[in-house]
Design a protein around this ligand. Structure first.
Ligand code: BG6
Length: 250
């Protein structure tokens, strides 16, 4: 009924792109921010301007990772390094924090003006796993996790939350390291082997594999099923509701 192995007792859901349609909001904000940076970088260095690609650049270097890791990883892919700066750098400062702050201002503006859409199939699935007595946590790299969950009305369906603020406070390494998912399992009082990870990001399924979780479901929102399998997914679906048609034992 839930498309999961029989030994699974808990579900660890990524947020952006798995429960809510906010991966596209993040992607658009990153694209605008990096293009602004890359234009200015080209002007000052005389190197050709090569825009951020919302396909491969986003999925390989940014998706699923904590905000500042996304800045560092993408710029490193272009052989660019900028000073770290400090958390209060203004949006647009040419530092890791300044670039991150610019992207965050755009995300917040979009979330607050247009709201947050859920994936209806994910809500149906959340309700089904709750009814079946499985434990449920959200594990997101986003420091805006609490606000997005509240805007989406998902609070009543989730028992625990690990987000970007939790990770910062507890010194947890971000995805693709497994720390945040391990923290989610601990909050629910289950062993990693008893938990299933639901992820749309390559860094996320990689974290699921690295943590030795019982099962990793890749959620393909971007036509990258093969990459999700190669990075650690045991199975790939395009919508969580597909799992409802499969049996309890995968
Ligand atoms: O900038 P935030 O809201 O803290 O989010 C960090 C990251 O959170 C992840 O969930 C998204 O996949 C990334 O695109 C995003 O950059």
């Amino acid at each position: 009924m839930l498309g999961l192995p029989a030994h699974v007792t808990a579900c660890l859901f990524d947020l952006d792109g798995v429960l809510t349609q906010t991966a596209r909001v993040h992607n658009a904000a990153w694209t605008e921010t990096f293009d602004d940076f890359l234009r200015r970088h080209a002007d000052t260095t005389g190197e050709p301007y090569r825009p951020f690609d919302p396909g491969p650049d986003y999925h390989r270097y940014v998706d699923g990772r904590p905000r500042l890791d996304g800045v560092r990883t993408f710029l490193a892919s272009r052989g660019i390094s900028v000073p770290e700066g400090t958390p209060d750098d203004p949006p647009g400062a040419q530092t890791v924090h300044g670039i991150g702050n610019q992207k965050n201002a755009l995300v917040l503006e979009r979330i607050r003006s247009i709201g947050v859409d859920v994936y209806p199939g994910s809500v149906t699935y959340l309700k089904a796993v709750a009814a079946a007595g499985l434990r449920r946590a959200v594990v997101t790299a986003s420091a805006n996790g609490r606000e997005v969950i509240a805007a989406a009305g998902l609070e009543p369906l989730l028992e625990a939350r690990v987000d970007g603020l939790t990770a910062r406070a507890e010194g947890l390494r971000g995805k693709p390291q497994p720390d945040t998912f391990l923290a989610g399992a601990k909050m629910l009082g289950v062993e990693p082997k008893q938990a299933v990870v639901f992820e749309d990001a390559l860094a996320g399924v990689e974290a699921g594999r690295a943590g030795g979780f019982g099962y990793v479901v890749g959620v393909d929102r971007a036509g990258q099923a093969d990459e999700l399998l190669a990075h650690g997914a045991d199975v790939v679906v395009t919508d969580l509701a597909e799992l409802l048609d499969a049996g309890r034992s995968a």
